[in-house]
Ligand binder design. Structure first.
Ligand code: ARG
Length: 262
C-alpha cells in the first residue's frame, strides 16, 4: 500500500513538474507601465491599449500565453536586456542610448513633446517660459532626458525636474508642486481632456515658434539575442500598420481613455 502511495506521489510530482515547465515555456512576458493612455492604461481593472493589442497579436502568432506586467517605466529596458521580460512595450521612444541596451522593432507610432499647464496659466506659452520653474515629468522618459539636457546646457537655467511614476501623477501636482508637466502628445491630450477644463496643453516650441524637440518614434524592444522574436514582432507589426489596425486602436483607446475618470 505504502509503495503504491509513494509511486502515485512520485508520478504526480513528475506530472506537475512537466506542466510547470510547459507553462513557463509557453508564455510571452511583456513589461509595460500602464499610466500611459492610449498605449497602456487600466480600464475596468484590466490593462488595455494600443501596445497591448500589438503584443496580443504577437503572442497569438507565436501560440503563446501573454503575461503583461505593470512596472516602473525606467526599469523596462533593463528587464528586457536581462531576459526578465521577453518584450518591452510601453510607448518606448527609439533612441541611441536605449539601442545600446536592447533591439527595437520597426516604428509603429510617432510623437512630440507637449507641455501641460493649469488652464488659467497665461505666462507659460513656450520653452523659454519653463526657465526657473519646477517641471514635472515621468521618471526615465524622453521628457525627463530632454528637460535635463536643457537645464544642463543652461537653456532652462534654474529649473528643477520633479520626477513622478506616471504623467497623470505629475499633472495632479500642477499648481502645487510643479508649474508645468512635459510628456508625449497623445498622453498629454488625454490628461487634459480628463481634467474637465483644469489643464491645457500645447506642443513644446521655442519662443520663435519653431520646434523645440525632435519627432520621436515608438518601438517595441527585445533583448539583442532575441532575433527570432524580433523578426516575428516586425512581421506582425507591419501587418497591423498596413491594414490600419494601429491607427484604429489609437483612436479607439483614445476614446476609451477619455471615459476613465481619475
Ligand atoms: N515615449 C517616452 C519614452 O520613451 C515616454 C514613454 C512612457 N511610457 C509609459 N508606458 N509610461 O521615454
Amino acid at each position: 500500500m505504502k509503495k503504491i502511495l509513494s509511486l502515485v506521489l512520485a508520478l504526480a510530482l513528475i506530472i506537475c513538474c512537466f506542466a510547470g515547465c510547459g507553462a513557463k515555456k509557453d508564455t510571452l512576458t511583456v513589461y509595460t507601465e500602464a499610466g500611459f493612455a492610449p498605449y497602456e492604461f487600466v480600464y475596468n481593472n484590466e490593462i488595455v491599449g494600443v501596445d497591448i493589442e500589438i503584443v496580443k497579436a504577437v503572442a497569438e502568432k507565436l501560440g503563446k500565453e501573454l503575461v503583461v506586467k505593470d512596472v516602473k517605466f525606467d526599469t523596462i529596458v533593463g528587464a528586457v536586456k536581462s531576459g526578465k521580460a521577453d518584450i518591452g512595450a510601453a510607448g518606448i521612444t527609439i533612441n541611441d542610448e536605449r539601442k545600446e541596451e536592447v533591439a527595437f522593432s520597426i516604428p509603429y507610432s510617432s510623437t512630440e513633446q507637449y507641455v501641460i499647464v493649469k488652464a488659467d496659466n497665461n505666462t507659460i506659452v513656450n520653452l523659454d517660459n519653463l526657465k526657473g520653474i519646477k517641471i514635472g515629468i515621468q521618471n526615465g522618459t524622453t521628457s525627463d532626458f530632454m528637460i535635463d539636457g536643457l537645464i544642463k546646457d543652461n537653456t532652462l537655467a534654474g529649473s528643477t525636474i520633479v520626477p513622478y511614476d506616471a504623467p497623470a501623477l505629475a499633472a495632479a501636482a500642477l499648481g502645487s508642486k510643479v508649474e508645468a508637466v512635459v510628456t508625449d502628445k497623445l498622453t498629454a491630450q488625454i490628461i487634459v481632456d480628463g481634467s474637465n477644463g483644469a489643464y491645457k496643453t500645447f506642443k513644446l516650441v521655442k519662443a520663435d515658434g519653431s520646434d523645440a524637440a525632435e519627432v520621436e518614434e515608438y518601438g517595441i524592444c527585445v533583448s539583442k539575442e532575441n532575433t527570432e522574436l524580433l523578426k516575428t514582432i516586425n512581421e506582425v507589426l507591419q501587418g497591423l500598420l498596413d491594414d490600419g489596425s494601429v491607427a484604429k486602436w489609437e483612436k479607439e483607446f483614445n476614446d476609451k481613455a477619455a471615459t476613465v475618470t481619475e
